[in-house]
Design a protein around this ligand. Structure first.
Ligand code: UDP
Ligand code: MG
Length: 327
């Protein structure tokens, strides 16, 4: 007798879930000392979040660590079902790790936090409530700068002033990547496919309603920061170039101003020669002017080069990262 085949079960995504899922994404690069402490704290946060009828999944991204980080993550993944992980084939940088985490996260809510406990997981329940209520699309933590070294605070403030003046977006000093967002917000971030990513700018660019939560600066629980001053400088340059084309306009204005000045100078010298017969003196001043003008030209070419390099990178369309292992 013919038995009609039973229809296949609906895909997981289409099955109605009873409780909401929150994906916690943590980029990790050489965090072997911090990871066990971090895992304990996020487990505590997940237990506290249960009261809001939400289950939590952990997504660890090992950004090509050279220490035991990847082994620790895999061992944790074996004993805890809530854990999923990606291991990169090399270090691709925190931006790539965060993007990979966002792409992997399937939760109705997504939170991103550093693995060094500088982003306190005990803020998560407050953040979750703000987004769950529907009043906000994202809850973001703002770090007070107390305890930062003087030069670092000085340069970050200068950077925020510069980027806010140069670009159309308004960055908030101290607002980092520690945030909890709705699915819609996460999808909006993913819809920006650019190669050189500057998350602080992307968050502001996509808009939505954000609740700002202030918290005291914390020291890393273990290990060292992975950012040198030079890397931070290049990253801020990325931010300016990605969200503003005003430096190009400044280069043009500078060029135009110098051109006008030189016309005036030529007229001045010519008139003086014709009317008073003064010979023009001073090779030193000529050398200074030549140096100044070639400096300005190099600066303008450099600015154009920054944009050109990024266009070149975008056109290659290389993937943001390569995965060696996943669960
Ligand atoms: N991180 C990463 N890839 C990198 C550098 C850093 O995934 O190339 C991770 C790191 O493990 C940490 C977070 O990004 O979880 C923040 O890094 P870090 O603490 O070094 O930065 P800081 O807090 O000093 O700005
Ligand atoms: Mg840190």
């Amino acid at each position: 007798m013919y038995n009609a085949p039973s229809p296949p079960p609906p895909p997981i995504a289409a099955q109605k879930r009873t409780t909401a899922v929150l994906s916690l994404v943590a980029p990790c690069y050489n965090e072997q000392e911090a990871l066990p402490l971090f895992y304990k704290e996020i487990c505590d946060a997940a237990a506290e979040l249960k009261q809001f009828d939400v289950s939590v999944e952990f997504i660890f991204i090992d950004d090509g660590s050279t220490d035991e980080t990847s082994a620790i993550i895999q061992a944790l993944g074996e004993k805890d079902d809530r854990i999923r992980y990606l291991v990169f084939s090399r270090n691709f940088g925190k931006e790539a790790a965060m993007l990979a985490g966002l792409q992997t996260a399937k939760g109705d809510f997504v939170a991103m936090l550093d693995a060094d406990l500088q982003h306190p997981p005990d803020l998560l329940p407050t953040m979750f409530q703000a987004v769950k209520s529907g009043e906000y699309d994202c809850a973001a933590a703002v770090r007070e700068r107390t305890g930062d070294s003087k030069p670092r605070s000085f340069f970050s403030r200068a950077f925020y002033r510069a980027i806010n003046r140069l670009s159309d977006i308004e960055l908030i000093d101290g607002a980092g990547d520690f945030r909890l967002m709705s699915r819609q917000y996460a999808d909006a971030i993913l819809s920006l496919s650019e190669r050189s990513r500057f998350s602080k700018g992307i968050f502001q660019w996509i808009g939505f309603r954000t609740k700002w939560l202030h918290y005291e600066n914390r020291r890393r629980v273990a290990g060292d920061t992975k950012w040198s001053f030079w890397q931070l400088f290049l990253y801020s340059l990325d931010g300016v170039v990605a969200f503003s084309s005003k430096p190009l306009a400044i280069a043009s204005v500078l060029g135009f101003a110098l051109f006008t000045l030189s016309i005036c100078a030529i007229a001045f010298v010519a008139v003086r020669k014709l009317m008073f017969g003064d010979p023009v003196q001073g090779w030193a001043s000529t050398v200074c002017i030549i140096l100044f003008c070639s400096g300005v030209q190099l600066l303008a070419t450099g600015i154009i080069g920054e944009y050109l390099a990024r266009i070149y990178n975008e056109t290659k369309r290389r993937p943001h990262f390569v995965i060696r292992k996943r669960k």
